[in-house]
Design a protein. Structure first.
Length: 192
């Protein structure tokens, strides 16, 4: 990979780098599926860090278009009943065919948050109890919908979120649980 190249493959490698803290085996399989080396993954992450630390770079929808190409969709919405408006853009990523990368940006184009979400055209996984929550099997919205009410909170790093909820254990008894996500993709579930 040339040192200046940064496209969809490299972007996926950046997402994988943050997931490696939880599941290096799954990340290794995904890296191999992309046909890139460990050195390529390191360089992609270093490139991303250099871009983000640059005084001139700002993560915008325009920047994401430059990296990922044209989005599959882009819509403008209001935040609840307020007059605050924002844009949502979505891209397909080859590693996760049932998911989309969703970026939320202000009307000025600056990205406030991004992560993986369920593609509306894909089937939603059946989540009946905690045993159905396997790593990389679902996204925040899947779990929050299956086990309402749920409360989303910040995780231990900007790419991480935690979802607090109650769900049946495999024996049917309800338990309090905390699911950890990286860029919206489930990494692990901890129950009481």
């Amino acid at each position: 990979m040339p040192p200046t190249a940064f496209g969809i493959t490299e972007f996926q490698l950046v997402l994988l780098r943050r997931m490696a803290d939880f599941h290096p085996d799954l990340v290794e399989q995904a890296r191999a599926a992309l046909g890139v080396t460990v050195a390529d993954m390191r360089e992609a992450n270093a490139h991303w860090q250099r871009m983000n630390r640059s005084r001139t770079f700002r993560l915008t929808l325009s920047a994401l278009r430059g990296i990922l190409g044209a989005p599959l969709s882009e819509t403008e919405r209001a935040a609840g009943s307020t007059e605050i408006r924002f844009r949502i853009a979505r891209w397909a990523l080859p590693l996760w065919p049932d998911l989309l990368l969703e970026a939320i940006a202000g009307l000025d184009g600056f990205v406030m948050d991004f992560g993986l979400t369920r593609d509306p055209a894909a089937g939603v996984p059946k989540l009946a109890d905690l045993s159905d929550l396997a790593p990389w099997s679902c996204v925040v919205g899947d779990v929050a919908t299956a086990f309402r009410p749920a409360r989303l909170r910040e995780g231990s790093a900007p790419s991480r979120r935690e979802l607090l909820f109650t769900a049946p254990a495999p024996d049917g008894q309800p338990v309090q649980a905390r699911a950890e996500f990286v860029y919206g993709l489930l990494q692990r579930v901890i129950s009481d």
